[in-house]
Write a protein that binds this ligand. Structure first.
Ligand code: ADP
Ligand code: MG
Length: 627
């Protein structure tokens, strides 16, 4: 079931206001040319939102969506073409397409189906790609569409003008479509699917580690965005009545991307605002382009002034505001009074009982069998063998470069192991896609914090909470419960990147906990924390371990802490598991002492040459103290 939040509805209304205002002003004060301009604005907004749904949420700039606009324009154009005009304009049209002349709306519907089909076919390979390779693939798609349109002279009149399309679109047709596009874009952005795609934009690896199927959501975003772009193309076709393939090529792509980037690529408000700003700049410069005569001052004709103007506007805005004019948050999310109004009657009563019921099935173990990992000849890990049991804390220690992080990466599937197996309650992790591992009960944190910085604290945890199919329970409500658990509830509304370091570490743990794991792997959770923060963290960990019968694996350099906290300790050195046992056994183990004393001696020597800090600083002497 899709839950529509009140915040989302308020957001849609707020973001639609400028569209309504523009339409009202144009029709009241500037009938004719003003109305035409605002109609074009509506169509541009739809196109920019189409690109934004994919590009803004996935973080992958798309050059291809204008290709979908072209497909939408030509498809609905062909279906609506006046049969008499068609006989002269497109005499070679095949029988099944000839003389259809259907009305605009059904033609639009069919055109969108065509666009969606093409988007699905193209989306399968494109969704596998990320970053600039995906962008280049979308560019290739745009070029292919253009070439095909120019080559298909029987259908499109080639590079000549395609004319005779009924002008079915005016301001009052475009306006409801634009508002619908705002609604679609905002509903998607706030939906669980949109949130997951945004998380993958912020950090692909971390999103996978909280159960996001990145490819699937890139694919969804791509197809949905394509349909919106296709609608914009069809509307444009029926607004202009005549066009040619070059109208749907680089110039339009450049202008739409400029609108998206200038306004702020990640928000719906940014698309609406950016489109307005760029259109105003274009209108102004177009007037100047042909030369100006003010009597006392004569400005010459400047070729390409509008394009230069757009370019300069982007440079100026990006120089001052990297996230665009409207930033990374929606307008309505920024102002307290909107929020208060929006959440007034929203029944977000967290269900504490729900999480307590989680992970009750504490039986079974996480078994690591002969696990090994080689990186291009370097043996980072070899023959790791141990178990993590529910309710117990397993410590993982060893000098820098011993292979601790590699072990956690291999166990969680982020880095596939070269040898050995990992069994979660008997199930081989290798049989699961990486994004399914967290849902199977194994969550983790990262040595270098990997949060979704431009998402709120609550959204960070909600991404993870929505990975589980918990019957009817609201993921955001559960996320809030987990945040309270680690003492971060009061920061729910802040962007994650603005938290203090210690709080970021706790947020990462909360995000992992929202997966209701049975096993939780923490890679240096206390690194960089002061003693008070560390103490607080340990209290939190102990509480959740007992409450949920969690099997914890903790990498930690403070040996005193490890000895105090752990039931079992695993020691790695140079990729080898050199010892496993209770803290007392580990402290008495000659191999471990050897590894550490050798380590300390070499560190002492190294200190005279470099300034790198030892990874076993003051805690190391704890080895010789009784437990
Ligand atoms: P630890 O976490 O114990 O400090 P790591 O697991 O990070 O150690 O590293 C173990 C060894 O594997 C190191 O020698 C490191 O340089 C190497 N290593 C880790 N990740 C990679 C990688 N992606 N590619 C190549 N070598 C790596
Ligand atoms: Mg490490």
């Amino acid at each position: 079931m899709v839950r529509v939040r009140r915040e989302t509805v308020v957001g849609i209304l707020v973001t639609s206001l400028p569209l309504l205002a523009a339409a009202a002003v144009a029709s009241l004060f500037f009938p004719g040319s003003g109305e035409r301009l605002v109609t074009l604005y509506m169509i541009n907004v739809i196109a920019v939102l189409g690109i934004g749904i994919y590009a803004g949420n996935s973080g992958i700039v798309s050059f291809g969506h204008v290709g979908f606009m072209a497909i939408g324009a030509y498809a609905s154009g062909l279906l609506t073409l006046n049969p008499i005009i068609q006989k002269t304009a497109l005499p070679h049209l095949p029988e099944w397409l000839a003389g259809i002349g259907m009305p605009f709306l059904p033609a639009l519907a069919i055109a969108l189906v065509v666009v969606a089909l093409v988007a699905v076919v193209i989306g399968i390979p494109v969704a596998r790609l990320g970053g600039s390779s995906a962008s280049i693939a979308t560019l290739g798609f745009l070029v292919i569409v253009h070439v095909v349109l120019v080559a298909s002279t029987d259908f499109t009149r080639g590079s000549q003008t395609f004319f005779g399309i009924p002008r079915a679109v005016n301001l009052w047709v475009a306006l409801p479509f634009a508002i619908a596009a705002v609604a679609v874009a905002r509903l998607y952005r706030d939906s669980s699917a949109g949130l997951k795609l945004r998380a993958s934009r912020e950090d692909e690896i971390a999103s996978t580690a909280v159960g996001v199927n990145v490819r699937l959501h890139r694919f969804f975003g791509w197809v949905l965005g394509a349909v919106l772009a296709g609608a914009a193309g069809a509307l444009l076709a029926h607004f202009l009545g005549a066009f040619s393939p070059k109208d749907f090529y680089f110039n339009l792509t450049f202008m739409l991307l400029a609108m998206l980037i200038l306004g702020g690529i990640t928000t719906v408000s940014g698309a609406v605002g950016g489109a307005a700003v760029i259109m105003l700049i274009v209108e102004l410069l177009r007037k100047l382009e042909g030369g100006v005569d003010l009597g006392f001052l004569k400005l010459p004709t400047v070729f390409g002034l509008t394009d230069i103007g757009i370019g300069v506007a982007i440079l100026v805005v990006m120089y001052r505001l990297q996230d665009g004019l409207f930033g990374v948050r929606e307008l309505d999310e920024r102002f307290g009074w909107f929020k208060r109004f929006a959440s007034k009657s929203a029944s977000t009563s967290p269900a504490p009982a729900a999480i307590a019921a989680a992970s009750s099935s504490g039986q079974g173990t996480l078994r690591v069998e002969n696990l090994g990992k080689k990186f291009a000849g370097l043996v980072a890990l070899e023959n790791a063998n141990f178990e993590i049991k529910p309710g117990l804390v397993t410590g993982l220690i060893g000098p820098n470069g011993a292979g601790k992080s590699t072990l956690i990466n291999s166990v969680s599937g982020v880095v596939p192991p070269s040898t050995g197996r990992v069994l979660i309650d008997g199930q081989d992790v290798a049989d699961l896609p990486v994004y399914a591992v967290p849902v199977a009960g194994l969550a983790r944190t990262f040595q270098n914090i990997r949060l979704f910085k431009n998402l709120t604290v609550l959204e960070n945890v909600t991404v993870a909470a929505s990975a589980l199919k918990a019957g009817g329970e609201d993921p955001a409500a559960r996320a809030l419960t987990v945040l309270a658990e680690v003492g971060l509830a009061e920061f729910a509304d802040r962007l994650a990147g603005t938290l203090s370091y210690g709080a970021q570490r706790r947020l990462e743990i909360a995000r992992a906990l929202a997966l209701r794991p049975r096993y939780l792997l923490l890679d240096e959770p206390a690194a960089g924390m002061n003693p008070a923060e560390t103490e607080e963290l340990m209290r939190v960990l102990d509480r959740i371990r007992v409450k949920y019968r969690l099997g914890l694996l903790v990498v930690e350099h403070d040996l005193k802490l490890i000895m105090r906290l752990c039931d079992v300790v695993v020691v790695l050195n140079k990729g080898q598991q050199i010892a496993i046992g209770t803290p007392a056994e580990i402290q008495a183990n000659p191999d471990v002492i050897e590894a550490y004393i050798g380590r300390r001696r070499s560190t002492a020597q190294a200190r005279t040459e470099t300034a790198t800090s030892s990874d076993f600083p003051s805690g190391a002497p704890g080895l010789h103290k009784p437990a």
